[in-house]
Ligand binder design. Structure first.
Ligand code: MF3
Ligand code: CO
Length: 255
């Protein structure tokens, strides 16, 4: 499948969906406290998304049971919200959300600390976010996608962290997953060339320890084999005439 270029109108619609996403993270962050279950957080997310005229697109996607993915500590991605998973002081929790509104999807993820978190874990969160921002700054028409992947890899590995090659970012629009794949590791000068109007979900997934992962018997929950912490940070972006714009970021949050 080819990479779909979006019109100005389509990008405007994705920006509107992005506004819902921005409000959603504020709402989730407010409730990120020891004692709350991930099922409750999922309900809060569903209520927020629907009351803003949008649909939580993860729900039912290939049978996923939650409205959003909620992943704690050594769970990297696709955590299923559960009454049995209760946040506790020192945890980290990622909310990976896809908001669908007026025919278009946006995809974003934040990892938040719960209460008091170890300094070294905060460094993992900060680095994961920095992987995204260092890479996104390279985006403009004519750049190879491999340059973006390479910058994510370089930023994480400099800190001694590792990155999975099994899961990637992706194009996004009418479909949650469109071409191209956006890997978190790669060679400079490789891959497709970016063009104005491409919309991409860029999502560094960073492991404190080794990159090896396994999936629980629920068929979804992806964890680190060594049980070490991992973090995930994601935004949906559009390639513009001379750079990029982030569609799912609160003003002032850029680093
Ligand atoms: N947000 C995830 C992604 O980047 C997706 C979710 S899988 C789902 O692809 F089943 F939860 F939708
Ligand atoms: Co995604």
């Amino acid at each position: 499948m080819a990479i779909i270029i979006k019109s100005r109108r389509e990008i405007e619609l994705m920006k509107i969906a992005g506004k819902v996403m921005i409000g959603l993270f504020d709402e989730l962050e407010k409730h990120t406290k020891p004692g709350i279950s991930t099922a409750e957080l999922d309900k809060i997310a569903c209520r927020y998304i629907r009351s803003n005229g949008a649909i939580p697109a993860c729900k039912g996607y290939e049978g996923f049971p939650g409205n959003i993915c909620i992943s704690v500590n050594d769970t990297l991605i696709h955590g299923i919200p559960s009454k049995k998973i209760i946040l506790k002081d020192g945890d980290i929790v990622s909310y990976d959300c896809v908001v669908f509104k007026d025919g278009y999807n946006v995809d974003a993820c934040r990892t938040f600390p719960v209460g008091n978190v170890k300094e070294e874990t905060l460094h993992l969160l900060e680095t994961t976010k920095r992987c995204f921002f260092e890479a996104v700054k390279l985006i403009k028409p004519g750049v190879h996608l491999g340059d973006i992947s390479h910058k994510i890899e370089e930023t994480a590995t400099k800190e001694g962290y590792s990155l999975t090659e099994d899961y990637t970012g992706h194009g996004i629009g009418k479909e949650m997953h469109e071409d191209p794949y956006v890997p978190n590791v790669g060679e400079k000068g490789s891959g497709p060339i970016l063009k104005e109007g491409m919309t991409l979900a860029i999502e560094p997934m960073v492991n404190e320890g080794k990159k090896d992962l396994y999936t629980l018997e629920d068929g979804w929950t992806v964890k680190t084999r060594d049980g070490k912490m991992c973090a995930h940070y994601e935004n949906t972006i559009v390639v513009t005439k001379d750079g990029y714009q982030i569609l799912t970021l609160k003003e002032g949050e850029e680093i």
